[in-house]
Write a protein that binds this ligand. Structure first.
Ligand code: HEC
Length: 509
């Protein structure tokens, strides 16, 4: 009976194998031979990164069932996923922590590969495809933050766009392409969504295929020994020899360490998701929330810290040129340092590079988390408004003074020197800008001022503009658009012309 069953099973297998070549496939993949010593705990991080990716693909696909990538609804669906959908919050938690673990483990994997000299001949392309995987993963991480479409996400894209906008010559076009328009809106989310769920996952799968193909065809790095040098002429024979003398199939002999480590990582991710939960969503995206305390996820914290700590004149260089140079260096590394010693104990420069990189990134990350430079934004609470800026004002203008208070404009703007100095003093702004210009500035922002557009009612805009038009020294007329015909100021016709010419909110002060 049992004999018959095994025979039948064998028959089925033979039938399948003669078509699918399963045995051969196994021999070339899971069953490929590795050096015995390479089945070490140091060598598990590659598989762990892959495991994280698989977790991300599964949880991401499940999240996409409920997520609506529309500017108006993303935030609501996120709330739904977090608070109403059964188990939705765990799914979000696993996806969030999975991404953190993936980036962290990938960095460990790269460090290990670097310290063990695995990028040297003949594994240059394995390393280069790995660098590409790093870039794509960081792209996934960044676009993933945007999917939350909460206030953190909003500020995250804002900072990303501000960095991209510094590209000389093409800055504006790059920002336009990135945001799908001049401001962060519905188009922006659509773009980031298609990057996050189609383009980048597609690319990562393609590059992983290449990476694994290279790992299999060039073999996994032998465990380096001090004094054993890589030589292009002799290495291939040397490696074949190691495999012959001391090789074993990866599965089942080497794979169990990867499986154990994988189990631990999976558990760690689930525990983090259960105990700490997903990140956000924080408040809905609201550019007027300047006291939002936006924080990138940890892997971008160091950029955040650099941007905050660096003197202005160095920012563009550091943010725009630094990362591409870093990536370029990583890519050319295996071509300039291709042979010789592999063991880290004989490569003091490599060791020093890793230690200093880890220390500086770690320190910057720590600074980013604690952000000791965070300004105390209290201008709007403590700055007084001197009485000449309130006397003889119409009710509408007085309402405008209240809008300035409520919307915390004075965290950036002083009035007659009182208040914060991040934007221009507003004491005489009525002599510099016309009502339509003031309206535009408030609605669209610009030059480091947030766009208040949808966050003020038309009435509030009328009021705040009327108030600002009235902000000018005694007897000085309001600003006038010089492209319109001059009319004696006494008739105040100019202002009316201008208002009707430019439309909206052009009421005189
Ligand atoms: C985050 C800081 C910040 C906040 C908050 C802010 N502004 Fe500004 N604002 C600026 C900066 C910076 C500029 C200069 C823009 C430029 O140089 O193009 C500016 C420019 C202006 C100008 C043009 C002034 C001029 O002389 O050119 C007006 C008017 C103005 N802001 C009004 C407001 C009002 C009203 C609010 C509140 C509803 C507000 N701002 C909130 C930073 C801010």
């Amino acid at each position: 009976m049992i004999d018959k069953a095994t025979k039948a099973a064998q028959g089925v297998f033979t039938w399948l194998d003669s078509r699918l070549h399963i045995a051969e496939l196994w021999e070339h993949t899971a069953g490929h031979h590795i050096p015995k010593k390479s089945a070490s705990w140091f060598y598990v991080f590659g598989s762990l990164t892959l495991l994280c990716l698989v977790i991300q693909l599964i949880t991401g696909t499940l999240l996409a069932f409920a997520y609506v990538p529309s500017g108006a609804e993303a935030y609501t669906t996120l709330q739904y996923l977090t608070f109403e959908q059964p188990l939705g919050w765990i799914l979000r938690g696993i996806h969030y922590w999975g991404s953190n673990f993936m980036v962290a483990i990938m960095l460990i994997h790269m460090t290990q590969v670097y310290l063990f000299g695995a990028y040297k001949y003949p594994r240059e392309l394995t390393w280069v495809s790995g660098v590409l995987l790093l870039v794509i993963t960081l792209g996934l991480a960044f676009t993933g933050q945007v999917m939350r479409f909460d206030e953190d996400a909003y500020w995250g894209i804002g900072i990303g766009a501000a960095i991209a906008g510094r590209s000389p010559g093409i800055g504006e076009q790059v920002v336009q392409l990135m945001l799908g328009g001049p401001i962060i809106g519905a188009e922006t989310l659509s773009r980031f969504f298609s990057l996050h769920v189609f383009i980048l996952p597609g690319s990562i799968l393609a590059v992983i295929a290449l990476h694994l193909r290279l790992v299999l065809s060039k073999g996994i790095n032998e465990y380096p020994e001090p004094g054993v040098l890589v030589n292009r002429e002799t290495y291939d024979a040397h490696y074949a020899n190691i495999l012959k003398k001391d090789g074993m199939p990866f599965a089942p002999y080497g794979i169990w360490k990867d499986l154990v480590a994988g189990g631990i990582v999976l558990m760690a991710i689930v525990v983090c998701a259960l105990v700490l939960g997903p990140k956000g969503p924080f408040g809905p995206p609201d550019p007027t929330q300047i006291d939002a305390n936006p924080r990138p996820d940890f892997y971008f914290m160091w950029i955040f810290a650099i941007a905050a700590l660096m003197p202005d004149y160095m920012e563009t260089v550091a943010l725009l040129i630094g990362p591409p140079i870093g990536i370029a260096l990583l890519i050319i590394l295996p071509f300039i340092n291709n042979t010789g010693e592999k063991h880290w104990s004989r490569r003091p420069v490599a060791l020093l590079a890793v230690v200093s990189l880890v220390l500086s990134l770690g320190l910057l990350t720590w600074y980013g988390i604690t952000s000791p430079w965070s300004p105390d934004m209290t201008g709007w609470r403590s700055a007084i408004t001197p009485k000449q800026f309130l006397e003889h004002r119409s009710p509408l203008e007085l309402q405008g003074a209240i809008v300035i208070q409520q919307k915390q404009c004075r965290n950036c703007h002083a009035i007659d020197g009182i208040g914060s100095q991040r934007g221009p003093d507003l004491a005489a702004v009525g002599t510099r800008l016309t009502a339509p210009q003031l309206t535009r500035q408030v609605i669209q922002g610009g030059g480091n001022m947030p766009a208040y557009g949808k966050n003020l009612t038309p009435y509030e805009i009328d009021a705040v503009v009327a108030y600002m038009v009235s902000l000018r020294p005694n007897g000085v007329p309001p600003a006038r658009d010089s492209t319109l015909p001059a009319v004696p100021p006494s008739t105040r016709q100019a202002e009316k012309n201008q208002a009707s010419a430019e439309g909206q909110h052009g009421k005189e002060g």
